[in-house]
Design a protein around this ligand. Structure first.
Ligand SMILES: [Zn+2]
Length: 242
């Protein structure tokens, strides 16, 4: 018999899956432990005390019991509620994509404190400053690239170092922007207006994003380009945006 260990950690629920009659398995992003899975027993019963904790976006202080390599949730006290995200279809899609992206990027049991802080900041912003949600999402994806060693450069062609001139191309093999002359086989052209917005978002801190205005067409085209680049880098299809 292995001994059980009690751990207290702040964590965000990334994903939940029903398990057996009344339980759920949570994928947690803990600031100390990184990504872990933990059982939440009895949470699907009518009046379960921890029913609230079995939902994505919950941010709380989790008391976990570790036995062998398995975690069980003992108690949770909510730190902040991002319930507002679930009340709006657009925000829910954006927020769910952030959780899914984090889940893909994180390795089991490896802490990633910078990403934890970024994700938390972004969830707060989309929940409470809904008008900046789209810019926040684009910046979040750019931060994911930088944080995982795939930082995008916006000032010059990443191949020849020259100016972009007429064409700005996202090269999926390089995960970066190239000029028309350096264009490879696996590419997507970025329209100048979209490039301008993307570059501006990359250079603007999160708390100033509300100053950047752009229309939905630009947003969806940028999301398509960035998510294709993400899927190419990490070899996974994003379900939450399809
Ligand atoms: Zn070039």
């Amino acid at each position: 018999m292995s001994e059980s260990l009690e751990i207290i950690t702040n964590a965000i629920v990334l994903k939940t899956v029903n398990y057996q009659e009344n339980d759920k398995i949570l994928t947690l992003f803990s600031v100390d432990l990184g990504k872990i899975t933990a059982g939440l027993k009895g949470c699907r019963k009518q009046n379960a005390k921890l029913k609230f904790a079995g939902q994505p976006f919950v941010f709380g202080e989790f008391k976990l019991i570790k036995k062998g390599d398995k975690y069980t949730v003992a108690t949770v006290s909510e730190i902040e509620s991002f319930f507002d995200i679930c009340q709006n279809w657009d925000l829910l899609k954006i927020g769910s994509a952030m959780l899914e992206i984090s889940n893909i990027v994180l390795n089991e049991g490896e802490p990633f404190p910078n990403l934890f802080v970024t994700l938390l900041k972004c969830l707060k912003q989309i929940a409470f400053e809904t008008n900046v949600a789209k810019a926040v999402f684009i910046k979040f994806v750019l931060e994911i690239f930088s944080g995982t060693g795939y930082e995008m450069q916006f000032d010059k062609c990443c191949q020849c170092g020259g100016a972009f001139n007429t064409h700005i191309i996202l090269d999926f093999d390089l995960g970066n922007l190239v000029c028309g002359l350096c264009k490879g086989n696996n590419c997507l052209e970025i329209q100048p207006a979209n490039y301008y917005v993307l570059k501006l978002i990359s250079k603007t801190p999160f708390d100033r994003l509300s100053s950047i205005k752009f229309n939905d067409k630009i947003f969806y085209e940028l999301v398509d380009a960035l998510i294709s680049n993400f899927e190419f880098r990490f070899g996974k299809k994003l379900k939450s945006l399809s």
